[in-house]
Design a protein. Structure first.
Length: 272
């Protein structure tokens, strides 16, 4: 025979255990302890609690995206500045003109690179615009007699008033050798002869070393550019673009170069 008191005690004890288990389960859910969900995956509580906690963290900042956009914007600005600078440079070059009657100077310097440059410099010397002429950048294997024949210079003029520089191999060398020659003769004013597209960079390099000497540009124009026709001439665009990049390089290196001049003597034309 079952004792009613014992049966009641057993039921009460079972109910107490169930309540304790439910209480522990609720506390575990609230605390975020992981427990298996019905589909076998782990989750906190009823699943909604875990979603709420994930949302509170917010999205991570996309640092790579910001860096990429910054690089892209900087590149775009630099590209626009480069293109605008080329337009300005080409416009300046296209409006350079050869002076019809330039004022005289102490001497004349011509940078080799074209027959028209040599002809223009020789005409200036013949007309008395300078007392002496330096031809800078002559090929070391070229003899003075060959150079005289190419220029069509008279023997008297070539032997008395023309000096030859064979050391310079580029515009930087032209400036260095020319500066030494100017200082040797104590000239205070110079007519600089070169092509129009080459003039800005030549003046930049010359003025770096000849800070107290007056440089008077004499640009030689082989073909007109002021009518805008260079825009449809591939060769003209190529020459202008190449010279523009060289000019920018010269500007960039300006703060890092000194004023040291080479000690290689400049030969007189009659020393052949």
């Amino acid at each position: 025979m079952i004792d009613p008191a014992s049966s009641s005690s057993a039921i009460d004890a079972s109910v107490a255990r169930d309540r304790k288990a439910r209480t522990s389960l609720s506390i575990a859910a609230i605390a975020g302890y992981e427990r298996p969900s019905r589909d076998g995956r782990k989750g906190g509580g009823d699943g909604e609690m875990e979603l709420d906690r994930a949302d509170t963290r917010g999205p991570r900042p996309n640092r790579l995206g910001w860096l990429g956009r910054t690089i892209l914007a900087t590149s775009a600005i630099a590209g626009l500045a480069f293109v605008a600078g080329f337009g300005w440079f080409a416009n300046q070059i296209s409006h350079l003109q050869t002076p019809a009657d330039p004022p005289g100077a102490d001497a004349i310097i011509v940078l080799t690179g074209g027959q028209f440059r040599l002809d223009a410099a020789l005409d200036l010397l013949r007309s008395g615009k300078g007392r002496r002429l330096l031809i800078s950048g002559v090929n070391p294997v070229a003899r003075d007699s060959e150079l005289k024949a190419v220029m069509g210079a008279e023997d008297r003029l070539f032997s008395c008033c023309i000096d030859i520089d064979r050391a310079a191999i580029d515009t930087i060398g032209n400036a260095a050798e020319s500066a030494k020659w100017v200082n040797e003769h104590a000239y205070s004013s110079i007519i600089l002869v070169t092509n129009n597209y080459h003039m800005p960079r030549s003046l930049l390099e010359m003025r770096r070393l000849l800070k107290t000497t007056e440089l008077r540009p004499y640009p030689v124009v082989n073909s007109r550019l002021d009518d805008g026709s260079w825009l449809v001439k591939p060769d003209a665009v190529r020459v202008l673009f190449t010279e523009y990049t060289k000019f920018l390089t010269a500007v960039a290196r300006s703060p890092f170069v000194g004023t040291t001049q080479p000690s290689v003597p400049t030969r007189s034309a009659n020393a052949d």
